[in-house]
Design a protein around this ligand. Structure first.
Ligand code: BG6
Length: 490
């Protein structure tokens, strides 16, 4: 497969929060990989901005280290690293004061694409936006990129949208949900809208239910204080899982165009039904029993440093979409920390054929299932019934039509770009398709808020679950009572 890189014009990209974790782990290593692909044109500038007073050389050294740590060794060509490092600049800046802004203005060239990435606490978004305007740094074509969390409820998301809108047009605001940058998430649209096979049966007449699973093995240690104020609902469901659900449930947009795609996603979010408490299971992971082990896995209450915490590290729920296509086809979502395996997938289970002609197959029939594996081992698996080989009648057996994208695509598939790489280049290209629009984020919070408010009002306690399992047992019941079962997390 030939990898095609779409060239962009030279640009000036400012990363606020350039000394932070995301910048070191994802943003700069991602930019370096794009540079290696030839996508960063000569003359582009990448400018780190942060509170720390330090020289350009020290910042460049920080990024050299980040590349050494977070880029695969076979991509670490010393000469290329140095050419990339030469494009880096640094400005010490005060987000709430005036220090550093004139220096930043000096570095920004108004005649190239300007993008400003806010990799900082959301509380600073408004301050940065304001200063970019009052110091006349950002012009009418400049783009700003904001990270999640975008608010913690509808009111705060609205306030954030309002404060950004004072200085920037919606077409200039790129709200990141890094799940949309994942190759396999974009593939959901390709599978649905570039093939004729699925769309005619992609509805409640043929689909029994949909399962969306994002399971992680990591706990929240190290970021417990952030996580404890969020929980799985705010951290994963309101954004990443909502986006996955939209990709599966949306109507075909008339074009692969930012507003056409986002209009369709918005309609899905608005059609989500309120979720009754009985359709939700919340869990919290337990630690390993105390013994003499030196490396004991702590439980959620220790990781969050909040022994009284009622925050969920696991969430399973049954969601209904009130529209023609999905009426009576439930979507079961589950996500959690410290589970048995790191796996994200979407499984679409189809209904029974209307009439069976195989008497001997009685009891062996199993539903067709399309499983789209988002990570790891990205690919698709379509489970089909075929005849069991051998004489003696017509017995049926289910077999997988299994495709790994890496194998199917050869070399190009093995080296899929990281979500951030794709998204940053889309900002430079000015393509908002894979970014959330303000109304979309607000609609997602409008659905989420009453669910969380109900837990708070009742002091709902998450069920404990053992680390390394598939979550609380009650989550099994959520499906069993509907005569369905979760796929095994492995
Ligand atoms: C982040 C969440 O947005 O996504 C984390 O804050 C979570 O809690 C992460 O671990 C999962 O992302 P990925 O790309 O590893 O699936």
């Amino acid at each position: 497969m030939v990898s095609r890189v779409i060239p962009v014009e030279p640009f000036d990209l400012v990363i606020f929060g350039a000394t932070g974790d995301l910048a070191n782990r994802k943003i700069f290593p991602g930019l370096f990989r794009r540079f290696l692909s030839g996508q960063i044109p000569d003359g582009s500038r990448m400018i780190g901005a942060a509170r720390t007073e330090q020289s350009r050389e020290i910042f460049q050294d920080q990024i050299r280290q980040a590349i050494r740590t977070f880029v695969k060794p076979d991509k670490q060509d010393a000469k290329q690293i140095e050419t990339f490092i030469d494009c880096l600049h640094y400005v010490a800046i005060d987000a709430r004061g005036d220090a550093g802004w004139p220096e930043l203005k000096e570095l920004i060239r108004p005649d190239v694409v300007n993008a400003f990435y806010f990799s900082v606490a959301p509380a600073l978004f408004g301050d940065l936006a304001e200063r970019l305007k009052t110091h006349a740094i950002a012009g009418s074509d400049a783009r700003i990129v904001v990270e999640k969390p975008f608010g913690r409820d509808l009111a705060s998301a609205r306030a954030l949208n309002k404060s950004l809108a004072e200085y920037f047009e919606e077409q200039q605001i790129y709200r990141i949900d890094h799940y949309l940058g994942k190759e396999t998430v974009q593939n959901l649209m390709a599978v649905r809208f570039a093939n004729i096979l699925f769309e005619p049966i992609w509805n409640s007449q043929y689909i029994d239910h949909v399962q969306i699973t994002v399971a992680e093995t990591v706990g929240v240690g190290g970021r417990g204080s952030y996580y404890d104020k969020s929980g799985a609902m705010r951290d994963m469901v309101q954004n990443h899982m909502m986006q996955l659900l939209c990709m599966i449930a949306m109507e075909p947009p008339y074009h692969f165009d930012p507003d056409a795609v986002r209009d369709e996603k918005l309609k899905v979010i608005r059609a989500l039904q309120p979720v009754p408490a009985g359709d939700i299971v919340r869990g919290q992971y337990l630690g390993e029993p105390r013994d003499d082990k030196t490396e004991r896995m702590p439980g959620y209450l220790e990781d969050s440093e909040n022994p009284e915490s009622l925050t969920e590290s696991y969430l399973a729920m049954r969601v209904n979409i009130a529209n023609w296509r999905w009426k009576n086809t439930p979507f079961y979502l589950r996500t959690g920390k410290r589970l048995r395996a790191r796996t994200s997938e979407i499984a679409i289970t189809f209904k029974e054929p209307p009439h069976s002609i195989f008497d001997e197959a009685e009891g062996t029939w199993q539903p067709n299932q399309l499983v789209i594996r988002l990570q790891p081992n990205e690919g698709m698996n379509l489970k089909m019934m075929i005849k069991e080989p051998g004489p003696g009648g017509m017995r049926l057996v289910q077999v997988p039509l299994d495709m790994s994208f890496a194998e199917a695509l050869g070399e190009g598939g093995a080296d899929m770009p990281d979500a951030y790489e794709r998204l940053i280049m889309d900002v430079i290209r000015g393509n908002q398709t894979l970014f959330m629009r303000g109304d979309e984020v607000e609609a997602a919070w409008a659905w989420t808020d009453p669910i969380i408010a109900d837990w708070d009002a009742r002091g709902d306690k998450p069920r404990p679950y053992d680390s390394g399992t598939s979550g609380p047992d009650d989550a099994l019941m959520l499906m069993h009572r509907d005569g369905r079962r979760w796929r095994h997390i492995k």
